[in-house]
Design a protein around this ligand. Structure first.
Ligand code: PLP
Length: 406
């Protein structure tokens, strides 16, 4: 009789997006003449930049000739892409990262979910609340948590992000080994300053902890004083692993390309107290379980760093940021307290009522679909997340409805 991994039984079924779909379809059936505008899910809506498409086509043509065809690529990704990443995303901002510390992959979801495999199961993990659910669920699957009780898993150190701390977690009051952070944040849309991030890096040094820094929304930062990478902070090379994605940066959600940075200075310890470099462990894991991103997609990603690509990618993020600005302005004018939306595509809105009540009110009165904050953790109760990923026309229409009806 085959036995299963019983940790999977601890997982809470995620009804969030199916509940949303159910309520939207019930509303549509009851009001077939009402238009519905979806500002709920975090998927982009605009086409890939022209520079990426051109590179993608050229590379596809290369695959059609024996003389230029490519099979399996280098384990960590093609050097042409890793060199550009390092030059533009790190060295240009004074961050000391080298191409052999970059691991190109098919998504930050997989990487943020898989990275925990290289750490022991009995370590203490610190995770923000509210949070991108992948960090929590993958640790549950690995057996690092206890049962789910009263809205939370036992044995996770939840770092509460509330109005009181401006949605930036306080340093843990208990020891933590692995700390998850995400800035610009999903779902709250908040950012962190360099000074504040420095306190976390210092904390990680003192407690021999590792920070997992998810910077999937870095492309939306417009305030140049904010760090785009944790490696802009002193001492981060020894204590931080960073995740980046081309999904939101350049519309690659369906195309799939991302990367993880594991500096060669990051170490962990075995049960005898002996030091081991995390780069070697992640390299082993990556090379064993992953077989690289396809050549045409790596060429498409490389094109983001050309002069043409840089301008197009900036324009793409600016388009969504303009939507975010409109949403924040109108929701504030409608009397709601908002954060995010200035260096982020997400706006986190306090509704002075239950998250689902807030959701239903926006749907029924304004025909706008959002995401109830409670779906991101206990501290999300009372909030909704509105996403700027839609057309300007739809965002304007949605906000006119809110203005008129709420
Ligand atoms: N990290 C965060 C915080 C996200 O919100 C998302 C996607 O919504 C991802 C990672 C996933 O990125 P990718 O498309 O590269 O898997």
């Amino acid at each position: 009789m085959i036995r299963i991994n019983e940790n999977y039984l601890k997982l809470q079924a995620s009804y969030l997006f199916s509940d949303i779909a159910g309520r939207v379809s019930a509303f549509q059936q009851a009001h077939p003449d009402r238009e519905i505008i979806k500002l709920g899910i975090g998927d982009v809506t605009r086409a890939l930049p022209r520079a990426c498409i051109k590179a993608f086509h050229r590379a596809a043509d290369e695959m059609a000739e024996d003389s230029t065809f490519r099979g399996y690529g280098p384990e960590q990704g093609y050097p042409f892409l890793r060199e550009k990443i390092v030059a533009h995303d790190f060295n240009a901002r004074g961050a000391d990262i080298s191409p052999d510390e970059i691991f190109v992959s098919d998504g930050a979801k997989c990487d943020t979910g898989n990275i925990q495999e290289i750490f022991a199961t009995d370590i203490k993990i610190a995770i923000p609340d509210p949070v991108y659910p992948v960090y929590v669920d993958t640790n549950v699957m690995a057996g690092r948590t206890g049962e789910f009780d009263n809205g939370r898993y036992k044995n996770i150190l939840y770092m509460e992000c509330t109005r009181e701390n401006n949605f930036i977690p306080d340093l843990p009051s208990e020891p933590a080994d692995l700390i998850y952070m995400c800035f610009p944040n999903n779902p709250t849309g908040t950012t962190i300053t360099k000074d504040r991030l420095q306190t976390w890096v210092d904390f990680a040094h003192e407690s021999k902890a590792i920070i997992l820094y998810d910077a999937a929304y870095e492309a939306f930062i417009r305030d140049d004083s904010l760090p785009r990478s944790i490696y802009e902070v002193e001492g981060a090379r020894e204590v931080a692993i960073e995740f980046r994605s081309f999904s939101k940066t350049a519309g690659f959600t369906g195309t799939r390309c991302a990367y993880t940075v594991v500096p060669k200075d990051c170490a962990g310890y075995d049960s005898n107290g002996e030091k081991h470099m995390l780069h070697s462990l992640w390299h082993r894991r990556h090379a064993t379980k992953f077989n690289t991103v396809s050549y045409p997609i790596q060429r498409a990603a490389e094109a983001i760093y050309s002069e043409e690509g840089k301008a197009q990618v900036r324009e793409l993020a600016d388009y969504y940021l303009n939507n975010a600005k409109i949403i924040r302005k109108e929701m504030t004018a409608a009397g709601f307290e908002c954060v995010g939306g200035d260096n982020s595509p997400y706006i986190w809105i306090y509704g002075k009522r239950d998250s689902w009540e807030f959701f239903d009110m926006l749907l029924q009165k304004a025909g706008v679909v959002c995401t109830p904050g409670a779906g991101f953790g206990k501290c999300g109760e009372g909030y909704i997340r509105i996403s700027a990923f839609n057309s300007l026309e739809n965002v304007q229409k949605a906000m006119e409805n809110v203005k008129r009806e709420t």
